[in-house]
Design a protein around this ligand. Sequence first.
Ligand SMILES: C[S@@+](CC[C@H](N)C(=O)[O-])C[C@H]1O[C@@H](n2cnc3c(N)ncnc32)[C@H](O)[C@@H]1O
Length: 265
Amino acid sequence: MTTPRLYDDLAYLWPILSPPEHYTAEAAVLRRLIEKHFGGSSDQRRRVLELGAGGGHTLVHLADDYDCTAVDLSEPMLANCRELVPQADTLVGDMRSVRLGKTFDAVFIHDAVDYMVSEAEVKQAMKTAAAHLEPGGLCVIAPTYTRETFVDGDVADDGTTTDSQELTYFSYVHDPDPKDDTFEMILLYLIRDMKARTVEVIEDRHTCGLFSDQQWLGWMGDAGFNARHDKVDTGDEAGTGDPEDAGDLGDPGGEPWTLFVGIKL
Ligand SMILES: C[S@@+](CC[C@H](N)C(=O)[O-])C[C@H]1O[C@@H](n2cnc3c(N)ncnc32)[C@H](O)[C@@H]1O
């Protein structure tokens, strides 16, 4: 797989394109799941691992209360994470194979799981999650789309202006071949240099996996989890009343957030 430019030379755009505030609601859901599962009070700080943590936009909302570890394939994305969440441990690693040699109370794979494009890859990522949990540990996996929630031709756009740059982006998802297990996300970035008065247009294509709810649940069972499927309305989770908090790139158009929650057997 070629690395999408967003996670490579364009990783500096990530905090502008999908800012941490857009992950407040998702982080609140995770906190609630952790507290519900383990109980609210503990002498010990809970340890949370995110596989594919990117810029740490979710972990930043959890790091004051939990010991957070961020694993990602992309060093430039982890550089963003270190800047935003200096208290988190950051490690370059592939969720399909990484073994940190220690366990956590909870393992979370958010939108990064979209990059698992076959049954074998999803199962490898689930095996990695299981390898970092003791029995009773909590695993939460949240693909952006499942077959049931996918909207062919879905478009999103947003923009942000800084002193030197104006960034406008469009994302478009489509399924070129409904018979296979992938869809394509096309991102277009319009980067306007305010001083030079120029606009650069960049196209960045991402291939992502598309599986049914039943497949996700069955594979979590195969990986050694007692698994369930949750659908959570993230609209009110952050308690801010701001629909923007429901997220953008990792958010299928304001639909309830689909989660697969597993307890390691
Ligand atoms: C949409 S970003 C995740 C953003 C993250 N949720 C955040 O809070 O900033 C997707 C991430 O998945 C990572 N990724 C893709 N394939 C991966 C793999 N096999 N192992 C680890 N990380 C991976 C990319 O490098 C990228 O940082």
